[in-house]
Design a binder for this molecule. Structure first.
Ligand SMILES: Nc1ncnc2c1ncn2[C@@H]1O[C@H](COP(=O)(O)OP(=O)(O)OP(=O)(O)O)[C@@H](O)[C@H]1O
Ligand SMILES: [Mg+2]
Length: 315
């Protein structure tokens, strides 16, 4: 079991799925008696004193994935008149975590993302991103808002690029306006990012000359150009035909593997299961179920989740 843990830790895609179960713990306890290392866990389980010694790889892995909370939502709610769209949402997302949100139309997924970066002011609750906490019950200052938004990049279903500006200007503009970078600095960063999303050769083109998948990758580069700590994606591939969607998903996968904290509203079940660490199901403005992605996707606990997943598979 110890070896298995180590093997799992070495596989990057399994990095968040190392779970020490009770029986495994007992095994590690017994075998770790032979170990004389000092780094590990000392404790007691079922009358057995134990000292678990982790190899350096496992310790590094655990350090890297201990995931401080980067986003915290507490009792977040949103209503339009009497229509409750978000109903007291509590949610934590760790640094480097990739959270996929799925759920039926109208369940509040987009509204949740839009509240997180205050494109939509919530009706109640608090939003914490890193060191910034905003309480919806109190007036929000401009500096609080810009501090929140600087930390959060957003990519929409419709790419929202400026059609009259070159691809390069689209990526550089906000860097100059928001971050105060010179045009040369902004352009240099833009070219790095266009290269990262595989579109450096499109820099001088207008967005209208690019395919939908290319435009969405430009929109991702534009969001990344502001060096956000968190990226929010609202159905980034649903306006694209499947092949173009794959290009965008590949960029998102690379981003996830680089350690970016991401919240992704998606109907791409493959992405939810294989790329995200955590899957959350929303219905009627509430979180129905949330857990490690493979568990939720393969063995959902709630009938509402099962019904939703069945409907998606039957489509
Ligand atoms: N500006 C608004 N005014 C009134 N109602 C709104 C507004 N925006 C959203 N709603 C309502 O809030 C509910 C949730 O909408 P939201 O767009 O968050 O759902 P969603 O889960 O993203 O759905 P979809 O999968 O179709 O994108 C819907 O019932 C919608 O009609
Ligand atoms: Mg939506």
């Amino acid at each position: 079991m110890g070896t298995e843990l180590l093997q799992k830790a070495k596989q990057p895609k399994s990095k968040h799925h190392v779970v020490v179960r009770q029986d495994a713990l007992a095994w590690v306890c017994a075998s770790s008696r032979r170990s004389n290392g000092t780094d590990g866990i000392v404790g007691k389980s079922e009358n057995l004193d134990f000292h678990i010694h982790f190899t350096r790889e496992v310790r590094n892995y655990m350090k890297a994935t201990s995931g401080k909370t980067l986003i915290g939502l507490h009792s977040l709610s949103k209503h339009y008149g009497t229509h409750i769209v978000l109903d007291q949402i509590d949610l934590e997302v760790g640094s480097g975590e990739v959270l996929a949100i799925i759920g039926p139309s109208g369940s509040g997924k987009s509204t949740l993302l839009r509240c997180i970066n205050y494109l939509e002011p919530p009706s109640g609750g608090t939003i914490t991103i890193g060191p910034t906490t905003i309480n919806a019950a109190q007036p929000v200052s401009r500096s609080e808002l810009s501090s929140l938004r600087r930390r959060v990049g957003m990519v929409f279903q419709s790419f929202n690029l400026f059609p009259h500006m070159s691809v390069l200007r689209n990526v550089s503009l906000a860097q100059e306006r928001v971050l105060g970078r010179s045009r040369a600095e902004a352009d240099e960063r833009s070219m790095q990012l266009l290269n990262r999303v595989g579109l450096a050769e499109k820099a001088a083109q207008f967005p209208g000359r690019c395919s939908g998948g290319q435009q969405q990758r430009i929109a991702i580069a534009r969001a990344l150009a502001l060096d956000p700590e968190v990226m929010l994606f609202d159905e980034p591939t649903s306006a694209l035909d499947p092949e173009l969607g794959l290009e965008v998903l590949a960029v998102m996968r690379e981003l996830a593997e680089s350690g970016m904290t991401m919240i992704v509203v998606t109907h791409e079940m493959g992405f939810a299961e294989n790329v995200s660490d955590t899957v959350m199901i929303m219905a009627d403005g509430q979180i129905v179920e949330k857990g490690p992605s493979t568990e939720v996707m393969r063995n959902p606990q709630h009938e509402r989740t099962r019904r939703f997943l069945r409907a998606v598979h039957d489509r």
